[in-house]
Design a protein around this ligand. Sequence first.
Ligand code: ATP
Length: 274
Amino acid sequence: MSRHESSRPEPGQPVTRNADAHHELSIRVRDLSLWYGDSQALKNINIDIYQKNITALIGPSGCGKSTFLRCLNRMNDLIPNVHLEGLVEMDGFDVNAVKMDEVALRRRVGMVFQKPNPFPKSIYDNVAYAPRMHDLVSRKADQDELVEKALRDAGLWEEVKDKLHQPGTSLSGGQQQRLCIARAIAVQPDVILMDEPTSALDPISTATIEDLMDKLKRQFTIITVTHNMQQAARVADYTAFFHLGEIIEYNNTKTMFANPATKKAEDYITGRYG
Ligand SMILES: Nc1ncnc2c1ncn2[C@@H]1O[C@H](COP(=O)(O)OP(=O)(O)OP(=O)(O)O)[C@@H](O)[C@H]1O
């Protein structure tokens, strides 16, 4: 029996589709449920997320996409009265295990938010902050090299190389978001979570970030929440459709958009509801 067959959810669990067998597993989620107090926000989520691919999470407002994303780096731990059941496994490690070091986890799983949120520091220090905190660099020359590489990989170096000591907040919105991406990749995470990374940006900055995501997936596993169906179709290798806290459909993006298996996903993708 192949790894994929053995990890299939039991019959009766929410529908999830396994991906092409040649892709390596990054994150395995089984029977994940989450409650805010008495209110259940995620219901028996089962999904396999693949390395060095982009997975888009789509679905109507309030269906649990951001809640799910935060389960992947334990950011829900910061919210009072959250109760979680089920398994989130990353490269074979149980993310929710008591002994899992949250600082180490957040080094492996970077996050980029909807609104660009650079630290109130220089462009240089925004990028150097986390590598310093994680003791990844000590010599100044190594730090300079790392900052340059992260900014180059985020497609920002040419625009900022002559003003590295200006505040990150002095950049345009699209540049600030690329700075946040540089900050996230500076510690070489395995996974980057993006929560509507372009929704606050103009169309040109959005296109720049989409191109960047396409390049970054050679190095990183990317999971992105988006309300923009064209964006999901353009950038995502796989798409998961959430509805009322469940994953109703999960497939490679081409198949889901050309031939959705459920009426709900079809209606949502075609803009008939949501
Ligand atoms: N901190 C919180 N405390 C209590 N309930 C919450 C909290 N965050 C989210 N919820 C609830 O959990 C459900 C899922 O919310 P979530 O933000 O994950 O959905 P979403 O699909 O990301 O929505 P959107 O597309 O609007 O961002 C909603 O009913 C929401 O009200």
